[in-house]
Design a protein around this ligand. Structure first.
Ligand code: DAH
Length: 328
């Protein structure tokens, strides 16, 4: 073992002058370079060392290697800020973060419902927000004199009230059924309008989801199963109640309540599509039957996110909006 040589290398490491990153790189190559690095050359030499000295020789060389690495590390940490001068960056400036957006709570629920119904073979369609009287009312068995027109007062776009902002998504049923031959299963979600004062529970605009299914032999039990599927997917295992009700375009009709914090809360309407409506869109009710349902998205979101006031959806308060993730 060449003690002298090792001692010399040790001294050289100790006194090597490193002032710049260029010096550092030269230093690194001189000692740790893969081919010509002094440490590697010493290591390669290990095969010529008598067996009884191999262990101690290895230890000494590893010690040298450590010294080189320490010196490199020290230089780097002492000169950390100087890096900036060489590569023209200031590492002390905080990084730039781009804001990651989040989805609006109503959109989260909308897409969740779309997903659920795609999974059971429904098609998704968009309807029109500006409708005519026939699609929004008359074809749905709500003639001009019908009292439910009062509850669904809206914004009319012409004096004779023939063009209006739709009051519900049920108008999509008419538009779709008129242009398609059964069987079909369809979902549509969108904005609807009512001439109502804004309060914590009502607004002049809100969102509804509408689903309908027409085929031979569609029965009330198919409707029931679909309602259970919708509600259980959104709320988990909750109690569901079908309460007899009335809608002009379904017979029989039901309102669905769920047991929520020990109260029965009404969340949606549904029923078997009235043969009069089928006749209005030229579907033979002797052959085909169908069901429909309609549900307000704001109301669902209030319950899912435990909110009290529907005005919060449209205040655009970023602190509120950025809390939502698409998992719930
Ligand atoms: N269109 C009704 C409303 O806005 C909701 C509704 C009830 C839709 C029963 C339906 C249904 O499709 O079958 O109040």
């Amino acid at each position: 073992m060449d003690d002298n040589r090792i001692a010399l290398i040790k001294e050289e490491i100790k006194h090597y002058n490193i002032h710049t990153f260029n010096d550092l790189e030269k230093f690194r190559i001189k000692f740790l370079g893969r081919k010509q690095g002094l440490i590697n050359i010493l290591l390669k030499n290990i095969k010529n060392i008598p067996i009884e000295n191999k262990k101690i020789y290895g230890k000494i060389i590893n010690g040298l290697k450590k010294k080189v690495q320490e010196k490199i590390k020290n230089f780097c940490s002492n000169n950390y800020l100087n890096v900036s001068k060489m590569v023209d960056i200031d590492p002390t400036i905080p990084g730039k973060f781009s804001e990651i957006g989040s989805m609006h709570p109503l959109s989260i629920i909308k897409y969740k419902i779309i997903d659920m119904f795609m999974n059971i073979g429904y098609s998704y369609v968009d309807g029109l927000e500006i409708e005519d009287d026939w699609h929004n009312f008359t074809a749905l068995n709500i003639p001009v004199s019908h009292p439910s027109r009062d509850i669904q007062d809206t914004f009319f776009l012409c004096k004779d009230k023939s063009i209006l902002l739709r009051t519900h998504t049920s108008s999509v049923q008419i538009r779709y059924m008129k242009n398609h031959i059964p069987p079909f299963r369809v979902l549509s979600i969108g904005k609807v309008y009512r001439n109502e004062t804004i309060s914590s529970r009502s607004n002049f605009m809100f969102h509804q989801a509408e689903g309908f299914y027409i085929d031979k032999k569609v029965s009330f039990s198919d409707l029931k199963q679909t309602v259970h599927y919708l509600i259980h997917s959104l709320f988990g295992k909750v109690k569901i109640r079908f309460r007899p009700s009335y809608f002009p375009f379904t017979v029989p009709s039901a309102e669905i309540d769920i047991l929520y914090n020990n109260d029965w809360l009404e969340i949606m309407g549904c029923g078997m599509i009235d043969p009069i409506v089928l006749k209005n869109v030229d579907i033979n009710s002797e052959i085909y039957t169908g069901f429909a349902f309609g549900v307000g998205i704001e109301r669902l979101a209030l319950m899912i996110y435990n909110l009290k006031d529907i005005r919060i959806y449209f205040e655009n308060d970023i602190r509120f909006l950025k809390q939502f993730t698409s998992e719930f």
